[in-house]
Design a protein around this ligand. Structure first.
Ligand SMILES: Nc1ncnc2c1ncn2[C@@H]1O[C@H](COP(=O)(O)OP(=O)(O)OP(=O)(O)O)[C@@H](O)[C@H]1O
Ligand SMILES: [Mg+2]
Length: 257
């Protein structure tokens, strides 16, 4: 289970960042008092526009960055108190952590597997399963830097699943993928759900959220503005589809400013 209680993340901006953001305020609140619970056997989707705070939230869960305020429990372990325990449980995929460009896919997979102390035989079986599923075998020997965007994404997915984690945290998992490859990734996430794993993703692709997420948390400007199953969100906003619901919620937040 993932339980986020009142998460706030404030970034301190340097002068360059302040200039780029055209602000004189050195503090940027990326996530603002956000709470959510995601459970085993479900795919939870964080849906929001660019800059909403999705990646920041997922990075806090994954112990990559520290929350400014609030608590996050992953399988009962608080991320700041027991980060190693949390890291054992999770597989984290994000576009902003690059696998080493000099090494081959094969090497990266084995390196991460050993880092997680997976016995050799089990690691070989995992590699066979994942490389076959994602069609990685053909380019497993290639260096990461030689791969296309899609190949790189598939390789990164396989690597972060090497240790067969119970909790899968994927930041925009289908980013840069063609429809066929994207489908193989979302199908795999559904397979993980049927195995009873907890999957949490971020996306701004409405159809993806509609199709695969059991529950959706809509995040705008660092706030979770709505949460529920698709039918609940449509009913509450009086919308035909998720895109309409999203625009309605977005319009409401703009009105408040
Ligand atoms: N390291 C950082 N330093 C300063 N500000 C940051 C940093 N990372 C993110 N931000 C800011 O925090 C806010 C939230 O960013 P975040 O990356 O979490 O959004 P997101 O929802 O993942 O957006 P996207 O859909 O574009 O990936 C943005 O305004 C962003 O500019
Ligand atoms: Mg992001």
């Amino acid at each position: 289970m993932i339980e986020i209680r009142d998460l706030t993340k404030v970034y301190k901006l340097n002068k360059k960042q302040m200039k780029e953001s055209r602000t004189t305020n050195p503090r940027k609140t990326a996530v603002d008092h956000l709470s959510l619970t995601a459970r085993p056997g479900e795919i939870y989707g964080l849906l929001g526009p660019n800059g909403a705070g999705k990646t920041t939230t997922l990075r806090c869960i994954s112990t990559i960055i520290r929350p400014t305020q609030g608590e996050i429990y992953v399988s009962g372990h608080e991320v700041q108190k027991e980060p190693e325990k949390v890291r054992e449980k999770i597989g984290f995929l994000t576009g902003d952590i690059k696998l080493d460009p000099q090494f081959s896919v094969d090497y990266m997979f084995e390196f991460f597997g050993r880092l997680h102390q997976i016995p050799e035989e089990k690691l070989r079986a995992r590699k066979e399963e994942l490389f076959t599923y994602f069609g990685i075998k053909d380019f497993a020997h290639k260096k990461m830097k030689e791969l296309s965007t899609g190949m790189g994404q598939k390789a990164a997915i396989a690597v972060c699943l090497a240790h067969d984690p119970d909790i899968i945290i994927f930041d925009e998992p289908t980013n840069g993928l063609d429809v066929i490859t994207a489908r193989s990734v979302t199908d795999y996430l559904k397979k993980l759900r049927t195995e009873g794993k907890l999957v949490i993703i971020s996306t701004h692709i409405m159809s993806e959220a509609e199709k695969i997420c059991d529950r959706i948390g809509i995040v705008i400007g660092g706030h979770k503005v709505m949460e529920g199953r698709l039918d609940e969100i449509l009913q509450e906003t009086g919308s035909e589809d998720l895109e309409d619901a999203f625009f309605e919620l977005y319009r409401q937040t703009q009105g408040e400013e």
